[in-house]
Write a protein that binds this ligand. Structure first.
Ligand SMILES: [Zn+2]
Length: 313
């Protein structure tokens, strides 16, 4: 069981008084009934609802939050605040929105504030980086927590000694991936495509265009373009397949060390096929095809993973 799911099952057990094993049995039965069309976490929510449990007034840890949850309460530390953005509402009024990045001892999440009273707390400096906040009645949209006018936001006295601010990748099957998930997938490379090359500006890392043999950055003008590569592969973990995009820095993890030598490149692509690897990344929707794709941040060999597990035990 992965950590997130395990915590939810324990929580359901604690509130309902039903044994963990029995809850897991019910979750599996629910999934079987729905022909696996629902994720373990989703099935857990259905089972919880059937047991009459609502997480409504429960204070949850960030790790326990699931897409679709409503009336979410939590306490967390503000790590970072984005600049306040304004936009025109449908009525033609000016609306404001701001993102808070918060963390607790289990994970971190983006909170999106839409209410002008809440945003006022940031404007007047009451809520700033490093303070603790208490949130009530938020709603989960994908992997973000949204606060509207019915939500509450206030300062909390809770002190967090240590918070998890690093990216948290949850172990998932490809079938269960949702847009914007940060996930760790264990799967086989079943197809790899020709690497593609492009050039970026050395200052801002944005893509540059080639004009008369020069590289031109829209911001920095003529620059010395840096050659970068990207590779598309198809990953299969037995539950589903997904197209993955690995950019330059993730390529060595896939065994691509020499991108200039054509023969080496062919060999490296052949070696990759059928290989089982751990992929860490982010699910995004491909704008062109409107299909999910996995943006690879890091690749690890499965052996290394086993080694770490051994060390932990
Ligand atoms: Zn530039």
């Amino acid at each position: 069981m992965d950590g997130n799911y395990e915590r939810i099952v324990k929580k359901i057990s604690k509130i309902s008084g039903v044994e963990v094993d029995e809850i897991e049995r019910r979750i599996e039965a629910k999934r079987a009934k729905l022909s696996g069309l629902i994720s373990k976490e989703g099935a857990a929510q259905v089972v919880a609802a059937e047991l009459g449990i609502s997480f409504d007034n429960e204070r949850l840890k960030i790790e326990e939050l699931l897409p679709g949850m409503r009336k979410v309460n939590l306490v967390a530390k503000v790590v970072r605040i984005s600049p306040i953005r304004t936009f025109k509402t449908k009525k033609g009024d000016e609306g404001k929105v701001v993102n808070l990045f918060v963390a607790d001892d289990t994970s971190n999440i983006k909170i999106v504030l839409w209410d002008t009273n809440h945003i006022g707390l940031i404007e007047n400096g009451k809520i700033s980086e490093n303070v603790s906040i208490e949130v009530s009645n938020g709603s989960m949209r994908d992997n973000e927590l949204h606060l509207g006018s019915f939500s509450e936001l206030k300062l909390s006295k809770e002190v967090f000694e240590e918070v998890k601010t690093g990216r948290v990748f949850s172990e998932k099957n490809i079938f269960d991936l949702k847009n914007s998930d940060y996930a760790k997938i264990r799967g086989f490379v079943v197809q790899s495509f020709e690497p593609r090359f492009f050039y970026v500006c050395p200052d801002c890392r944005k893509k540059v265009v080639q004009e008369n043999g020069n590289f031109v950055c829209t911001e920095h003008g003529n620059v010395a373009g840096e050659k970068r590569a990207l590779l598309n592969v198809i990953i299969d973990d037995g539950t589903e397949t997904i197209r993955a995009v690995a950019f330059h820095d993730a390529l060595p993890g896939l065994g691509f060390t020499d991108l200039e030598n054509v023969e080496e490149l062919i060999k490296q692509r052949e070696n990759l096929l059928g290989k089982e690897l751990l992929f860490y990344g982010n699910v995004r929707s491909n704008k062109l095809y409107n299909t999910p794709e996995f943006i690879v941040e890091k690749v690890e060999s499965v052996d290394l993973d086993n080694l770490i597990k051994e060390l932990e035990n």
